[in-house]
Design a protein around this ligand. Structure first.
Ligand code: BDR
Ligand code: CA
Length: 261
């Protein structure tokens, strides 16, 4: 089978964690590395959380590279009110044994994209786009070398989730989003709240997940149980939206998402 090579740039985040696990489980995807970024919580927490998820999934062969510690110009905002103090509250996962690599996440993105043939790597951003923006500024040649970019970000008719009109990932670093949207010379798919708010983990789906025996499924159920509380209180929804996993879902089955007609 032809494997699609991806780099996941992420701020775990319960929904980030589930996106990572989905990508690892998907037979058609080859995860070349995970880059962390400040977003839902500090980059220290998101880096640790990325390591925890890879250990949980038994994939310590995949390197984690810590990326940018804050947005390009704005004052940092976090979403600990949604994700908890650790950013991935819910399950009690052991402190990770694996450590992030010494190379900065931005340099990992640049070197990996340059080391592969043009058009072979898709970058998936699940948090603020700070790392990819920095990479594009530092190494403009990568703008054309990627196969594409898929980002969870933005909001249209749905309205925002951090302000009445803004979606968190774009709001947290709008300058980075602007750079990526202007400079990347490859197809860039944005998966906005208008999509992700339709992918709710409803009680029947939670029950199905809860019935699975694996440790990843158990942790996923505990994560979604935690983040679902916020959505119940804010929107009255019985179930957390799977924001970030929608990007991986789209890579695996693009026809599962289509414009509302
Ligand atoms: C996005 O913001 C974060 O809180 C989630 O992980 C997701 O990436 C949703 O707006
Ligand atoms: Ca995220």
């Amino acid at each position: 089978m032809d494997m699609r090579k991806i780099i996941i740039d992420t701020d775990p985040g319960q929904d980030d964690a589930i996106a990572i696990m989905l990508a690892l489980a998907a037979p058609g995807l080859d995860v070349l590395g995970v880059v962390s970024v400040a977003g839902n919580v500090s980059v220290q927490h998101t880096t640790t959380n990325a390591c925890k998820v890879l250990e949980l999934a038994g994939r310590t062969d995949i390197a984690v590279h810590a990326g940018c510690a804050g947005p390009l110009r704005r004052t940092p905002v976090t979403a600990a009110h949604v994700h908890g103090q650790t950013g991935m509250d819910g399950p009690t996962l052991p402190d990770p044994v694996m450590r992030p690599r010494a190379q900065h996440g931005v340099d990992f993105l640049i070197d990996t994209i340059r080391a592969h043939p043009p058009g072979s790597i898709t970058v998936v951003t699940l948090g603020p786009m700070t790392n990819l923006a920095m990479a594009l500024v530092k190494a403009p040649d990568i703008a054309q070398r990627m196969a594409g970019i898929v980002s969870m970000g933005g909001a249209w008719a749905q309205g925002g989730n951090i302000t009445p009109s803004a979606e968190f990932n774009v709001y947290a670093d709008p300058d980075a989003a602007d750079i990526v949207l202007r400079h990347a010379a490859v197809p860039h798919t944005l998966v906005p709240l208008d999509v992700t708010h339709r992918f709710l983990v409803t009680p029947p789906r939670m029950a199905q997940l809860g019935a699975l025996k694996g440790r990843c499924a158990r942790a996923a159920a505990e994560m979604l149980g935690f983040s679902g509380r916020f959505d119940l209180a804010k929107y009255g929804w019985a179930g957390a939206p799977l924001h970030d996993p929608c990007t991986i879902g789209w890579l695996l089955a693009p026809t599962c998402l289509r414009a509302a007609g």
